[in-house]
Design a protein around this ligand. Structure first.
Ligand code: 0O2
Length: 218
């Protein structure tokens, strides 16, 4: 009877590989929970101290295996879990949508200055918007997760943005997806102009808010 060689797939090996992937993704799920708790604590304390909630909503996701494999193929990353762990930093993602741009930076500072958080990279697309008009503040942070086998450091990409930035990004994402990246020039132009309008709205709302309430955290 033929025995399975080292590269052959057998039901046992497939089961083993599936378990490895599940365990790999579970660490990112734990990382999300740690960051989620930190953000909830900041929000609740802020509300208690200043009677003001700087966060509109928070969403989070672990990248699906399909989307992860797409990215790995697109970027020419090795398909083994060690290479993926090293090269893909947005497997765990949290999006924090704030009321005002000042809250975006305030939350970013409060989170990234915590002692157990290590900042791996920051991209400030608010100070430097992407050519298509995209704005948001991105930070890849490492958070410790304490497993029964000891601590592991889990990277989480945190995107901070205002409601207007979020509105723009979700529409742009739909348009990008609909046209498979080949967006007609007219729509590209309109999106750029909509991004300017969103930025102007953010400034105007912040000005009005200051006029009525002052700076709630000052
Ligand atoms: P999803 O489905 O949201 O996860 P990367 O490709 O991530 O390795 P990159 O592009 O330098 O490297 O990272 P960057 O600029 O930090 O962007 C990562 C994420 O930001 C994207 O994740 C989007 O969520 C968001 N983003 C960046 N640019 C744009 C944009 O032009 N429009 C919109 N709508 N979102 C943007 P993913 O993996 O692309 O998608």
């Amino acid at each position: 009877m033929a025995t399975a060689g080292p590269g052959h797939l057998t039901p046992d090996r497939i089961r083993e590989a599936r378990k490895d992937v599940q365990r790999f993704l579970l660490h990112y799920e734990f990382g999300l929970r740690e960051i989620g708790t930190k953000i909830e604590i900041l929000r609740d304390e802020f509300l208690e101290l200043h009677d003001y909630n700087p966060i509109e909503h928070v969403t989070s996701r672990v990248k699906s295996p399909e989307s992860l494999l797409d990215k790995v193929a697109r970027k020419g990353i090795g398909r083994d879990l060690d290479s993926i762990r090293e090269a893909v930093t947005d497997i765990a993602g949290v999006r924090v949508t704030c009321s005002f741009t000042s809250d975006v930076y305030r939350l970013f500072n409060l989170l990234t200055q915590q002692d157990d958080i290590a900042v791996r990279s920051v991209k400030d697309y608010i100070a430097n918007p992407k050519p298509n008009g995209y704005t948001s503040l991105h930070a890849v942070v490492e958070v410790p997760v304490f497993l029964s086998s000891g601590p592991v450091s889990v990277p989480v990409e945190v995107q901070f943005r205002t409601i207007a930035m979020d509105f723009w990004a979700s529409l742009e994402h739909k348009i990008h997806y609909k046209y498979a990246g080949d967006v007609p020039e007219r729509l590209t132009e309109e999106l750029r102009s909509a991004a300017d309008t969103a930025a102007a709205l953010d400034s105007q709302m912040a000005r009005l808010h200051r006029e009525i309430h002052g700076d709630p955290a000052s």
